[in-house]
Design a protein around this ligand. Structure first.
Ligand code: COA
Length: 166
């Protein structure tokens, strides 16, 4: 297991091709994907394709969406991390957790560790985050990161806000 980051309550590790079922489980809740622009991962083959084509290639640049686990039980609770967006040449902070783990500060805790790593270790000069305006929890997390409002845009058919950390 390749652990990238640790916080007080969490560790963040690289996904592997064996984690396909975790992606299926996480996206199976419509409340989790309400504002994310994707939806159900239909089967193991699709989950493996997401890992192979989208998630795993990011790790070679020392960034990526990392699997987040509770230190206390090793339970997988979701993911958090940085993704390079080719279309906009941006490093994008993202996170997603099972509903039973919402409201416990895990997004804030993991996102803070990811941003610190991006700025202090990778020496990134900017990180962006975007969330649907209606996704109040996500906007709150972004604001708690000290990220500042940059612009409005549409995100998966929802009016959204883009924030930046410089
Ligand atoms: C967005 C998400 C990651 C937040 O995770 P979380 O671990 O619950 O977030 P945290 O507990 O760290 O912080 C959420 C903050 O928003 C607040 N909040 C949550 N829901 C809220 C709501 N409906 N209205 C107002 N505030 C809300 C919380 O009180 C907390 O703020 P506080 O620390 O000042 O009390 C989680 O809801 C999720 O996985 N959603 C589905 C996937 C998703 O939308 N990802 C983001 C795409 S941009």
């Amino acid at each position: 297991m390749k652990i990238t980051l640790e916080t007080e309550r969490l560790y963040l590790r690289e996904f592997t091709i064996d984690d396909a079922q975790l992606l299926i489980d996480l996206n199976s809740d419509i409340d989790v994907t309400r504002y994310t622009g994707d939806g159900l991962v239909k089967d193991i083959d699709e989950a493996k394709r997401i890992l192979t084509d989208i998630i795993l290639p990011q790790y070679k640049n020392k960034i990526g969406r990392w699997a987040v686990h509770l230190k206390s039980t090793d339970e997988f609770i979701g993911w958090c991390g940085l993704k390079y967006l080719v279309e906009t040449n941006e490093l994008d902070l993202g996170y997603r957790f099972f509903k039973i783990h919402w409201g416990k500060g895990y997004a804030t805790e993991s996102a803070r560790a990811v941003n610190d790593y991006g700025v202090n270790t990778l020496k990134l000069t900017s990180i962006v985050a975007r969330a649907a305006k209606a996704n109040v929890a996500s906007i709150n997390v972004i604001k708690k990161m000290g990220m500042v409002y940059l612009k409005d845009e549409m995100c998966a058919h929802d009016p959204a806000e883009v924030y930046i950390l410089k």
